[in-house]
Design a protein around this ligand. Structure first.
Ligand SMILES: Nc1ccn([C@@H]2O[C@H](COP(=O)(O)OP(=O)(O)OP(=O)(O)O)[C@@H](O)[C@H]2O)c(=O)n1
Ligand SMILES: C[C@](O)(CO)[C@H](O)COP(=O)(O)O
Length: 389
């Protein structure tokens, strides 16, 4: 694998989910408010190396799939009666749309995919045409003899095999094309191996468990709901007060004899909140998302920057628990505008207004704010994010 390798993900989601029961196939059921298929898509997209996602669906399921995927992007392919047939249909579609160097074949029914597993798989492809995640079997294994226990099975060297399975694309495509249709195979690594290639085992992950039976969903739900962490970020910004400028503060146009100067509308309060949210996400700062050198942000309303920060939180399945803003200036008085600012910030962040605090202070006429040369703002944002990975 080189850093230029084109890595394409293939999610198989054309099964009936008959063992899982329920009214709809398991890939469309929700865990933590998000469809199983969307979890799998997000996990693959979150790995920066994946350049395209193909999803194999049951016949006529495109609308249902797009409904649960929202604005996530994927190429849809119609599947077959067996998982093997569905994978083959997906590989054929990838070949027809430009091919790939590497393909990651993944069950939609394995929604929790840590990026570290993908890293291990891709690294292993330096030494083989295929690599799969596997976990050693830990329990005692026995055959059943009706309701009775039969002979024990030696568990030495036995592993549970998971997905995604990583392959050099041409190798797995050829192996599938050459496979005897009369035989079944429960995974793609068997097909590659039967064609004469080595497949490397890398360490799998307990979180990758496949959703197969009804009780698996309750466990998955408990995992995602329980596993959240609180993140706190802080932001600070200053802009200069200048004549002939409008004064935008906290998303509100405040009447004043001067306004704040800057590349955008210079709303120092919203900028501080954006940086606080980005800080909690550990995702750079406002300048790295909206470079001042980019002319498209000249005079831009800072509402857009704050909406962008909100969307980054939502994309990570996060929630904005609280924002605390302090505006530091001698004038104008913030009190008369406080409620309008709180309402506006809450509207942009799409949170109840009681999660937004706006405070103000002077610096007792000391420093640049005290002399009325500029306005400063600082903010603290508290987020709740999933901690699965
Ligand atoms: N004809 C099929 C069968 C399975 N799959 C996909 O293969 C993955 C793993 O299969 P499995 O857990 O066996 O899913 P189902 O076949 O849906 O389950 P069941 O056997 O209980 O009906 C699932 O994401 C499933 O959607 C597929 O794309 N096409
Ligand atoms: C491919 C697979 O996920 C590897 O463990 C598994 O074999 C697919 O599930 P199935 O029940 O065998 O269809």
């Amino acid at each position: 694998m080189t850093s230029n390798s084109r890595i394409v993900a293939l999610i198989v989601a054309a099964g009936q989910g008959s063992r899982a029961g329920g009214d709809i196939p398991k890939q469309y059921r929700r865990i933590g408010g998000k469809a199983v298929l969307a979890h799998a898509h997000d996990a693959l997209t979150a790995h920066g190396g994946v350049s395209a996602i193909h999803i194999v669906l049951g016949e006529g399921e495109e609308e249902r799939a797009q409904a649960v995927l929202g604005d996530r992007v994927a190429h849809f392919v119609t599947g077959a009666d067996s998982r093997r047939g569905s994978v083959r249909a997906g590989l054929t579609a990838i070949a027809a749309s430009g091919g790939a160097d590497i393909v990651l074949i993944h069950d939609a029914a394995r929604p929790f995919l840590p990026p570290s597993v993908i890293d291990r798989l891709l690294a292993a492809l330096a030494d083989a045409e295929g690599a799969i995640p596997a976990l050693p079997v830990a329990d005692t294994l026995v055959r059943s003899d009706g309701a009775l226990m039969g002979d024990g099975v030696d568990r030495t060297d036995l592993h549970r095999v998971q997905t995604p399975q990583a392959f050099r694309f041409q190798a797995i495509l050829s192996a599938h094309d050459d496979w005897d249709e009369a035989r079944e195979a429960t995974d793609d690594a068997q097909i590659l191996r039967a064609w004469g290639h080595d497949v490397i085992l890398v360490q799998g992950d307990e979180r990758l468990e496949k959703l197969t039976y009804p009780e698996d969903f309750a466990r998955a739900e408990a995992r995602i709901v329980g596993a959240r962490t609180t993140r706190v970020g802080m932001g600070y910004d200053v802009h200069r007060l200048a004549p002939n400028e409008e004064l935008w503060l906290g998303g509100v146009l405040v009447p004043h004899d001067r306004g704040l100067a800057g590349h955008s509308d210079a709303d120092v309060a919203l900028h501080a909140i954006v940086d606080a949210i980005l800080g909690a996400l550990a995702d750079g700062d406002i300048g790295s998302h909206f470079p001042p050198s980019d002319p498209q942000w000249r005079g831009a309303s800072s509402d857009r920057f704050l909406a962008h920060a909100r969307d980054l939180v939502l994309k990570r399945d996060g929630r904005i628990d609280h924002v605390d803003l302090t505006i530091i200036c001698e004038a104008p008085k913030i009190g008369p505008h406080r409620d309008a600012m709180r309402a506006k910030i809450a509207e942009i962040l799409d949170v109840p207004v009681d999660r937004v605090s706006v405070k103000a202070t002077t610096t007792e006429r000391l420093g640049f704010a005290g002399r009325g040369e500029g306005i400063a703002a600082q903010a603290v944002a508290t987020l709740s994010l999933p901690t699965l990975f």
